[in-house]
Write a protein that binds this ligand. Structure first.
Ligand code: GDP
Length: 365
């Protein structure tokens, strides 16, 4: 065997080991449902909704919120708005004749970014459970009750949920969300999950902390800080939402790259948490370091060395490897890989993570 083939094999094995370990752990733990001791609860709720130029969809979002199966007199809506269109006028008009929920409209003079806007909204939130949602997501009627049932467990300070449908988006995103939901279930059963989702996350008001004004991963940063403070932060597949995603390739790539950058930056900023906080720091964070920071580089190296090895040992026939990767990408982008689509979704996520790492190393972001 040529040394290049041996190196490729070794790289492939090293890349695969944590994934295989993950699958083994998954089979062993057999996570299903929420790890919380759920019981029915009806706390008062602050719903936080940040808005930036959402005049096209904000009314639908408000209708959605009002249709939730929850006593609206227990709910307050806190909108923090930096729009230059008439989003805030639409909201004010919508609430003009409504008795409940209460509305607090924080009007920003200029767009400061999402994290400072959220900090102000969280500061204003007065109710027991604080829910963060986005304008372009859709929530099922039972979502507040499911979230409240999780937070009724005294050990749980935050809960996020599962994206059951990617609205107007691509199968690539749907495929990845499916894989991610298994990862997050296992993490939650071990201790706590890392990633919190913008379309729906719920927090104990008492546990809220300010987030970094420059954060690109505001929801996840809040959850991570809450876990560091002591509370569990979990994922429950029964807490569901539908999230809008871009179907156009360039926009989708940009959104995914920005999220990847935010998550990598967050992991690096909180590197001192590795090994601490029980299984969160001993298993969950190392797995995410592996998945987001190490694995994208190793996969790239494996592909490069593998291509050189294939060409060196097979001649032009070795070029079949990069051609196969190209074909995989081409078909994957078009959601045409059938059962292998979820595998492509993982690959696509690794590409975004690699691009984000490169940008960060170049001092951008
Ligand atoms: P993404 O889902 O992470 O791509 O973020 P989005 O751009 O979809 O924004 C999520 C939510 O935050 C939406 O409801 C936006 O209207 C709102 N939003 C985005 N940027 C800002 C901002 O700078 N200020 C405020 N107040 N809201 C924002």
């Amino acid at each position: 065997m040529s040394p290049l083939v041996a190196i490729t094999g070794t790289l492939l094995a090293v890349t695969a080991v944590p994934y295989l370990a993950f699958l083994g752990l998954y089979a062993w733990v057999g996570p299903s449902g929420s790890p919380a001791e759920k019981s029915e609860a009806k706390p008062t709720v602050s719903v936080v909704l940040p808005t930036y130029n959402e005049s096209q969809i904000v009314e639908t979002k408000l209708e959605d919120l009002l249709a939730l199966d929850y006593p609206m007199e227990k709910v307050e809506l806190i909108v923090v708005d930096s729009s230059t269109d008439d989003t805030r006028e639409i909201i004010r008009e919508y609430f003009a004749d409504l008795e409940a929920p209460d509305l607090t409209l924080i009007e920003e003079d200029e767009r400061r970014g999402l994290a400072p806007a959220l900090n102000e909204a969280y500061e204003a939130a007065e109710r027991e459970m604080v829910v963060k949602t986005d304008c372009d997501s859709k929530l099922p009627q039972n979502v507040l009750r499911e979230a409240a049932a999780n937070l009724s467990d005294p050990k749980v300070d935050a809960v996020t949920g599962r994206n059951v449908e990617v609205l107007g988006g691509s199968g690539v995103e749907s495929g990845y969300r499916g894989v991610q939901s298994h990862i997050q279930q296992l993490e939650s059963h071990l201790d706590s999950t890392l990633i919190f989702h913008g379309p729906f996350s719920a927090f104990e008001n008492d546990a809220l902390l300010p987030i970094d004004p420059n954060s690109l991963a505001d929801d996840t940063e809040l959850a991570l800080k809450i876990r560091r403070q002591g509370g569990r932060v979990i994922f429950d597949p029964a807490v569901q939402y539908k999230e809008a995603s871009h179907s156009a390739f360039v926009k989708r790539r940009k959104q995914k790259d920005r999220r990847a950058m935010g998550l990598i930056r967050l992991l690096v900023q909180h590197r001192d948490a590795l090994g601490e906080y029980g299984k969160y720091g001993k298993l969950v964070l190392p797995f995410n370091w592996w998945f987001m920071i190490v694995s994208p580089w190793l996969l790239t190296l494996t592909l490069v060395v593998g291509t050189v090895a294939a060409i060196a040992s097979l001649g032009t026939a070795g070029a079949a490897l990069p051609v196969a990767v190209g074909l995989f990408t081409f078909l994957g982008q078009r959601d045409a890989l059938g059962p292998a689509q979820a595998l492509y979704s993982l690959f696509d996520t690794q590409v975004s993570l690699l691009r984000a790492s490169v940008e960060l190393l170049r001092g951008k972001g």
